[in-house]
Design a protein around this ligand. Sequence first.
Ligand SMILES: Cc1ncc(COP(=O)(O)O)c(C=O)c1O
Length: 421
Amino acid sequence: MGRNPSSWLEGLSHLWLPYAQMQTAPAPLPVARTEGCRIYLSDGRVLIDGIASWWTACHGYNHPHIREAIGRQLDVMPHVMMAGLAHEPAANLAARLAALLPGELDHVFFSDSGSVAVEIALKMAAQFFLNRGDGKRTKFVGFRHGYHGDTLGAMAVSDSGTGMHGGSAGLLTQQFLIDLPRDAESTAALEKFLDRHGSEIAGLIVEPLVQGAGGMMFHGSEVLRRLRALADRHDLLLIFDEIFTGFGRTGKLFAMEEAGIQPDIVTLSKALTGGALPLAATIASRRVYEAFLSDDPGKALMHGPTFMGNALACAAANASLDLFEREPRLAQVAAIETQLKRELEPCRELPGVKDVRVKGAIGVVELKHADDLEILRKNFVEAGTWIRPFGRIVYLAPAFTIAPDEISLLTGAIRRVLASR
Ligand SMILES: Cc1ncc(COP(=O)(O)O)c(C=O)c1O
């Protein structure tokens, strides 16, 4: 039933917002519509979006090719359950993802959110060993500054120091949190840990090249190559969580390409549908998949989200992949990287700034101390931008279709807002 704008605003008080202290959180900004890199508020203000709706809308909002694909699919079939049934958009998408991903990452298990894709990856890894007769390997190594989602398994392999999951600490299974092997000392520490505990560990899980929500921390490909070598030495599975980095964000279609190595399992979501609809995928190598093949039904992967492989979402994802094929997305990311480097670099001179770093279409200004986030966020809105700092991090992760003058508006707002603190 249609409601007029003033009546829907009354409904806002019934929304429980994410990551928000509801007693003090400012009311959410009412959005009337989106287009390209812009968010149109119902009070007439327009914001340039610097973070593409939590890094999803990589082609900008409302891309006509994705909209048309969803519309066509809606006429045919919005959804059908996936147990015992399958459909063309899901089959095509699975085949395309398998072809795009390097090596033998060929077997695609769909779900509906990044956190669930991570849960599935963890279950898959532990059962991989169980199916091979090694039921002792039930633990995982996650890394400091890592973030893998808000469900219980994903939280357990995330860095609790990021402050996201304190309220659930008592619910979580104990996993291992270790420093990434960035240098000789941290590599030796991880080696020593695995020498002692390797036989209990099913897998290592890492966001390759950029750890996002845990602080926008970057690391080099050599770190990933060390993880691959250690996983091989200890017969562990290596899980890459490319939910943030996948689909061009770091400069290659997948971050793993820069390192030239492959994980055993990879998780994707966020930009998979170009930000139009929720969809995620957990993709296993042939070796992992084959460990589930058996005459014994008990060796099957017992997981099945109701909206698995939703046909509308798969149609949107196929359309998004068309755009990566037809339009120069990776060249756009390279141009964004150059511009962000040039325009954010002056922030280094501002008081209270600890670091400025850019990788692909990710630009980060790290502060020495956490500011009042609500004041910073309000100042960015007043500057006509949608930028959501967290912790000590002010960052941009815009759509790849953003125009150079829109980027300049975003970087200019960051320079001005940080200079006026
Ligand atoms: C690397 C990574 N993994 C997992 C997730 C969780 O995804 P979702 O919010 O769709 O559950 C996120 C979300 O920010 C993420 O950045």
